[in-house]
Design a protein around this ligand. Structure first.
Ligand code: GDP
Length: 436
């Protein structure tokens, strides 16, 4: 069972799933949010009843535009039911039980998950007698009218008593890292987010309290949990250059400072331009771990995607020397989830404490490897070195006077440190301080 119980509303087309979904949400603290630029709404929401949280999922979302139950959709519903902790099975009480509906119910029942069978569209609860076919399922139905808000309280009571009896109903309060997706307009940021959000294997819920310009999505996948930040603001910009001081960009900068890692999206089917470079500058300023995702890899010939591009990308984004490059395609799904795995492994490295003594040894060795010089052509020989912080990775060189390393030499040292300490993805910052 997941950290927060997942409750799914299941039913064949036209039983009123989304009406019930909205009815339950409408009564509770929740965020009903249709994500800007998404191909469809998210049909999963975090909901609270009597201080207990759960994720409510509307399997109606699987139908997309057409209300037709195909084999594929049937399978998706079954998979969703399998992952759920409680299933609300919705029927249309105004008509007889349908053959394939009965099959679906019996099939899901075999999962041995708790099911609440609900007959919907009952506008006259007192006088209602279910059509005879419903007795075949020997189920203990609840009668509701989602549209007219009748009987819904009884259903909520049943949900509450399920939640009270479920051992793991406590929300997962462990910190979830924030991943920001950044890039100029049209590189495919929303498409990437769509791909993640629409994947059957992840659970996504928009978090309450998010603004229109940036939406926080809580994503749970395997045992990973993270917050994906969809910067709608920066996505909507036409050109970064003209809008560089706009409110949306300023908010995006703030967002980057609050995130744990940034996925910088570029379009590798096109040339890197001024807008990409401007965003890269802003990303560097945020001093966060970075992954460069080269999207639209499907438009390139196989092979060119990762190999040839790799070197060239770092030539253009010199200051992002540390950021791994992954060729992805939001269209085919290639490497999208691998990028998230990579983000997780980079974040894990941040927690590994680097020992100062061995770090000192390493720097001494690197200074022997290559003589580094300062901007005014003096030999760079720090008296001692301290690690000021690991988040961001900030090193202080204590020297006789306030020296500045030659840019090329500073880059050499940073690159070698990245290699030796396996800090790929993590920026390193230097400061030289004069000490006697
Ligand atoms: P955003 O402005 O960065 O959010 O970009 P969008 O996600 O809106 O995508 C811009 C355009 O690129 C749309 O027409 C997408 O269909 C297209 N697109 C996005 N990702 C891919 C991809 O991986 N391959 C291809 N061929 N097209 C893509």
């Amino acid at each position: 069972m997941s950290a927060i119980p997942l409750i799914t509303i299941v039913g064949v087309p036209n039983t009123g799933k989304s009406t019930l979904f909205n009815r339950i949400l409408g009564k509770r603290k929740a965020l009903v949010h249709s994500l800007p630029g998404m191909t469809r709404d998210i049909f999963r929401q975090k909901v609270e009843i009597n201080d207990q949280w759960f994720d409510l999922q509307d399997s109606g979302g699987f139908f997309l535009d057409k209300e037709i139950l195909t084999v594929e959709i049937n399978k998706k519903i079954f998979n969703a039911a399998e992952k759920s902790d409680l299933i609300i099975f919705l029927f249309d009480g105004k008509r007889e039980l349908l053959g394939y509906e009965k099959d679906m119910y019996l099939q899901i029942k075999k999962l041995h998950k708790p099911i609440i069978p609900v007959l919907n569209k009952i506008d006259n609860l007192d006088q209602f007698i279910p059509p005879l076919t419903y007795f075949e399922l020997k189920a203990d139905y609840i009668y509701v009218s989602a549209e007219h808000n009748l009987g819904v309280e009884v259903l909520l009571d049943r949900i509450t008593s399920f939640l009270e009896n479920s051992e793991q109903a406590a929300p997962d309060l462990t910190y979830a890292p924030r991943i920001s997706i950044m890039g100029k307009p049209n590189v495919g940021k929303s498409s990437m987010i769509n791909k993640i959000v629409n994947d059957e294997l992840v659970i996504v819920s928009p978090l309450p309290g998010t603004t229109r310009d940036s939406v926080d999505l809580e994503v749970r996948r395997n045992r990973q949990r993270f917050i994906l930040v969809d910067n709608a603001g920066i996505r909507k910009l036409q050109k970064v250059k003209e809008d560089t001081e706009s409110a949306a960009v300023i908010r995006a900068e703030k967002e980057m400072r609050q995130s744990d890692i940034i996925i910088f999206v570029i379009d590798i089917s096109k040339r890197i331009d001024q807008n990409d470079l401007l965003i890269a500058q802003k990303i560097i300023k945020a001093a966060k771990p970075v992954i460069i995702a080269g999207n639209k890899a499907d438009l390139l010939e196989a092979d060119t995607a990762s190999n040839k591009f790799f070197g060239r990308i770092h030539e253009r984004f010199n200051d992002l020397y540390f950021a791994p490059f992954v060729a992805v395609s939001a269209k085919t799904g290639k490497n999208i989830f691998q990028t998230l795995d990579l983000a997780e492994s980079i974040l894990a490295k941040l927690d590994k404490k680097i020992k100062l003594s061995s770090f000192n040894e390493l720097v001494k060795r690197l200074l022997r490897e290559k003589k580094l010089t300062t901007a005014d052509h003096r030999i760079f020989s720090p008296k001692y070195i301290s690690i000021e912080s690991q988040r961001p990775f900030f090193i202080k060189f204590h020297c006789k006077s306030n020296l500045k390393l030659k840019t090329a030499d500073e880059m050499f040292l940073k690159k070698r440190l990245t290699q030796e300490l396996q800090l790929e993805g993590i920026p390193i910052f230097f400061k030289v301080s004069a000490s006697r």
